[in-house]
Design a protein around this ligand. Structure first.
Ligand SMILES: Nc1ncnc2c1ncn2[C@@H]1O[C@H](COP(=O)(O)OP(=O)(O)OP(=O)(O)O)[C@@H](O)[C@H]1O
Length: 253
């Protein structure tokens, strides 16, 4: 395992019965990288990410995240990562401040840490005047920015983002990516799945999954060169066209 890698994955596989959702994938992610995880619907992105977060047991293969073994050290793993999905939402009937306190409390942060960091966070998001407003009253883009900030509040070594910007407008998506860059600049590694190809261009390296396998992995510029494409969208279409799955298979859990 490379000294600098924060994620090390070797032949990682997940089967549901006879169906192989993730098929022997291998890769490394370096500390501080913004690592994009792309693929058509049903390619296996969420399944792979859930295994890396210690939420789903692999069928076979190896994976270490922040030095923790995803088979045996899931508690340590969960304490050292942040996670945000499109479906993850803050508690709408709690205020902004209460949400922050609730999630920070889960990670066992001290009162002094929570107080100081909350003040800095509200300032960064320009939400000082709204701290006591219910989250349910915020526009969707603000909820997403707040959800991201809460996911990295405990200063994890790596944050997993599963389609974090689904359904938000391009300006808000751009602002969201500024938050991602700020987090990466503090040394947090970012592992992000997205369907937006402009966002793929913002990543340091990008993986494209097709039918459970890693079909390509490189920097956006190297991928464009390899596939003789002018945009990541073109690269993606060339690869995703090979897919036989359509993502409509029934999810059982
Ligand atoms: N619990 C499960 N039981 C059976 N099949 C599953 C289960 N979870 C996922 N799958 C199947 O595994 C495949 C990969 O699904 P996954 O959700 O990982 O894809 P994805 O790349 O994240 O897709 P999307 O972009 O639509 O979220 C799909 O065919 C899906 O139907």
């Amino acid at each position: 395992m490379n000294e600098q890698s924060i994620i090390h994955v070797e032949q990682l596989t997940k089967r549901f019965g006879d169906f192989t959702a993730v098929d022997a994938i291998s890769f490394e992610v370096q500390r501080g990288e913004i690592f994009g995880f792309l693929g058509a619907n049903g390619a296996g992105k969420t399944t792979a990410m859930r295994m890396l977060c210690g939420l789903s047991m692999p069928t076979s293969g190896k994976a270490f995240v922040a030095g923790f073994d995803v088979y045996k050290q899931t508690e340590g793993l969960k304490r050292n990562i942040g996670y945000m999905s499109q479906k993850f939402s803050l508690y709408e009937d709690l205020t902004i401040k209460e949400n922050i306190r609730f999630y920070a409390g889960i990670y066992g942060k001290s009162d002094a840490f929570i107080k100081d960091k909350t003040a800095r966070l509200l300032h960064q998001l320009h939400l000082e005047d709204q701290a006591n407003k219910l989250v349910g009253s915020l526009p969707p883009g603000w909820k997403q920015k707040l959800a991201f900030s809460v996911a990295v509040f405990h200063e994890p070594r790596i944050v997993f983002l599963d389609e974090p910007t689904g359904g938000v407008d391009p300006v808000t998506r751009r602002e969201f990516w500024n938050l991602i860059y700020e987090a990466a600049a503090t040394g947090i590694t970012v592992f992000v799945t997205t369907h937006y190809m402009d966002e793929a261009e913002y990543c340091n390296r990008v993986t494209i999954m097709v039918d459970g396998r890693i079909e390509a992995l490189d920097t956006p510029s190297a991928l464009k060169q390899t596939y003789n494409a002018s945009s990541m969208n073109e690269v993606f279409l060339q690869l995703a066209r090979k897919a036989k799955r359509n993502g409509d298979e029934v999810k059982t859990a």
